[in-house]
Design a protein around this ligand. Structure first.
Ligand code: C2E
Ligand code: MG
Ligand code: MG
Ligand code: MG
Length: 291
């Protein structure tokens, strides 16, 4: 009987696995098809200098304009392919599209650095640097304004490899940011070994600085850490004028967040940037004294 049961459960297992494989295959084909059908879009969220009131850059964020389901955020499809080579194809598309957008803006007299998010699997691929070089070569006018973002947690998966890639990018003139910084529990030990120019403070800490003294301490520490290691620092998740005021007081002038603007299509971005003005109160906040 045991043999019989074993056989049955084995059979059951196989069909479940087949089903899993099949649905994985389906998803793969659907996303591949979306790439062919040009259903992906890049939205751009401004990065600003709070106090100067200037727009200092944009982050490209992928969306899927799904014919039936509407505009899908990355969380609805990227996790399905993050461990698959398809993420590399999408990643190439993202870099190429961001460079094309920069060229379009440049032709209209609007020049701004654009950062794109790089998945761990993409960064760790042996061909990453060579492919990046090839793409940059095709966009010489704007290539130097491309920046890359890698999640702190992804960089930590292989610190040796990540630091080498970041270094090679630096030699190409491409800057790196450590994204969602503070979520990797690594900060002190590894920051030294990851030569990224910029640290992005994770939005979960920033959003709560007004109501949670621990988060205030974390944000202040990350800003201090960035200064000590001579890195630039930018805060994500600035949802209100108050958040901005707090950050300026803590010594962080650069920010991104819904309180400044939500991500928007590329053609809307240039108009937005031309007319944006920071709240007057941000301009008059005095400097923090670091001693
Ligand atoms: P991220 O790189 O940390 O990007 C910031 C995310 O926070 C974006 O979500 C943005 O819309 C959202 N956000 C910005 N300001 C605020 C705010 O004030 N409040 C709140 N609640 N959210 C804010 P989005 O576009 O859904 O992207 C989520 C994540 O997906 C990104 O986080 C990034 O890790 C990943 N991602 C997006 N585009 C790409 C891509 O092209 N390639 C890869 N590999 N990953 C991407
Ligand atoms: Mg990012
Ligand atoms: Mg982030
Ligand atoms: Mg994030």
């Amino acid at each position: 009987h045991a043999k019989e049961a074993g056989k049955n459960s084995c059979h059951l297992f196989d069909t479940e696995q087949d089903k899993f494989k099949r649905s994985r295959q389906d998803r793969y084909l659907r996303i591949e098809q979306a790439l062919d059908n040009q259903e992906f879009r890049l939205y751009y969220q401004p990065k600003v200098d709070l106090r100067q009131g200037t727009v200092i850059g944009a982050e490209a964020l992928i969306r899927w304009q799904h014919p039936e389901r509407g505009l899908l955020p990355p969380v609805d499809f990227l996790p399905l392919i993050e461990d698959d080579d398809l993420i590399k194809l999408i990643g190439d598309w993202v870099i190429e599209s961001a460079l094309q957008q920069m060229e379009t803006w440049q032709a209209a007299g609007f020049a701004i650095p654009v950062s794109v998010n790089i998945a761990a699997r993409q960064l760790q691929a042996p061909e990453f640097i060579e492919k990046l070089k090839a793409i940059l070569y095709l966009h010489p006018e704007v290539a130097h304004r491309l920046e890359l973002e890698i999640l702190e947690t992804a960089a930590l998966e292989d610190v040796v490899k990540s630091s080498r890639v970041i270094d090679e990018c630096r030699q190409l003139g491409i800057r790196f940011a450590l994204d969602d910084f503070g979520t990797g529990y690594s900060s002190l030990t590894y920051l030294k070994r990851l030569p990224a120019e910029t640290i992005k403070i994770d939005q979960s800490f920033v959003r709560e600085i007004l109501n949670d003294s621990h988060n205030l301490v974390i944000v202040r520490s990350v800003i201090g850490l960035a200064r000590s290691f001579q890195r630039e620092v930018i805060a994500e998740g600035v949802e209100t004028v108050e958040h901005g005021r707090f950050l300026i007081q803590l010594g962080c002038d650069r920010a991104q967040g819904f309180g400044i603007a939500k991500p928007m299509p590329g053609d809307a971005f240039a108009d937005w940037a031309r007319q944006w003005q920071a709240p007057a109160e941000w301009r008059t906040i005095s400097d923090i004294k670091w001693d």
